[in-house]
Design a protein around this ligand. Structure first.
Ligand code: 5GP
Ligand code: MN
Length: 353
């Protein structure tokens, strides 16, 4: 197994990390690119962008994701060729098995790949793993580890890594679209604090390479189905609970309620931010009943660290202001727990942004 290189800031990406990665890429022919379960715009965009880059330098690359992604990401070039482990288990295992190198994008631990984690774990030590991510506390299994928790998105990191390998001109229009989509979605359309002048410089270059920013924004945000809009309307008018004395708001949706609006993956994306947008609210949650689990999305404005809350109470993790988790429990019990957690942390929540 190769030596592991850890870089907390890609700006300081050591030359030897880049050289090591370059060598690994040169030595391999076929690549498998993976990302986290319930893949979002950054996970899908980064994966496809990296695949297009690898194809541009004459390699084979296949994207294998744990499960499906929202319809609004299907406009991305190459999306139709993505293999999901959930639906095509055998094919996914075959690709993982036969590839010379496996990329792990936008996740920090194999357990973020859900049911796919055992298959991935079997390949560790058999072939090189390269992890590129912006979440905290990455695991140490990869042979090359590029972790920058200050980066607004994994897509931005992908751009920087390719740039540092001297291959910026190998980023074609297809790759540019994937990267732009990843940066745009993970940065809240360029408004989160993690956005830097460099983010805009990279976005500008991607637009020059043919990523149509208006078309991408429209495809992601303005292609709602009526069911989805009605679900969001219902959630906001009937299910939004504000706890003003605790600067907290939350929305919960049961499986029955989701069913009523023909819920599809991605339909509730962004709902938690609506709760957070209320004046005076520092902490917001979206609590959704899934197949066998309750899924939590936590967001905050300012100093309150939701990743600590997610880790301590909801079997999860994430970033300072955006985190999540999943618990095996009844929806009502999770809501009760959430309310207790809020009360317990009322002093931490009492501040003005
Ligand atoms: P979202 O609320 O959009 O699903 O997730 C926001 C962030 O929280 C993700 O980028 C990820 O960092 C983190 N996150 C979400 N769900 C989980 C989870 O089940 N486990 C862990 N460790 N982190 C999660
Ligand atoms: Mn991301």
């Amino acid at each position: 197994m190769q030596e592991t290189y850890l870089c907390h800031k890609a700006k300081d990406l050591e030359n030897h990390t880049i050289q090591q990665l370059k060598r690994l890429i040169e030595d391999a022919d076929s690549f498998c690119i993976t990302a986290h379960k319930s893949p979002d715009g950054d996970a899908v965009g980064s994966s496809l962008a990296l695949a297009w880059y690898l194809k541009a330098i004459g390699k084979q690359a296949t994207v294998v994701l744990p499960d499906g992604f929202a319809d609004f990401l299907s406009f991305l070039p190459g999306a139709e060729e993505i293999i999901t482990y959930e639906e095509h288990r055998e094919r996914a295992e075959e690709v993982l098995n036969n590839s010379d190198l496996i990329f792990c994008l936008d996740y920090n631990h194999l357990n973020r790949t859900g049911a796919m984690q055992d298959v991935l774990a079997k390949e560790v030590g058999q072939k090189p793993f390269v992890l590129i991510d912006h979440h905290q506390n990455p695991a140490d299994f990869p042979d090359v580890l590029i972790s920058d928790t200050t980066s607004c998105s994994t897509a931005q990191l992908i751009y920087r890594v390719i740039d540092r390998m001297g291959d910026r001109d190998k980023i074609d229009q297809n790759a540019a679209k994937g990267m732009y989509c990843g940066i745009m979605t993970d940065s809240g359309s360029f408004r989160f604090p993690a956005v830097t002048p460099e983010t805009h410089e990279i976005a500008a270059d991607l637009i020059r390479k043919g990523a149509d920013h208006a078309a991408i924004h429209r495809a992601v945000y303005d292609t709602n189905l009526l069911d989805r809009l009605r679900l969001v309307g219902y959630a906001l008018s009937e299910k939004l609970v504000v706890m003003p004395e605790y600067h907290t708001a939350y929305i919960s949706l049961s499986a029955d309620e989701l069913e009523r609006f023909n819920y599809r993956p991605g339909d509730t994306e962004g709902l938690v931010n609506q709760a957070l947008s209320i004046k005076g609210v520092n902490f917001a949650a979206f609590i959704r009943e899934g197949n066998n689990q309750i899924k939590m999305s936590l967001r905050s404005q300012g100093q309150f660290r939701v990743n600590e809350i997610a880790a301590q109470y909801f079997n999860g993790g994430g970033h300072h202001n955006a985190a999540g988790g999943a618990v095996d429990a009844k929806l009502d019990d999770v809501i009760d727990t959430f309310r207790e957690v809020v009360q317990k942390h009322r002093h931490d929540l009492n501040y003005e942004v």
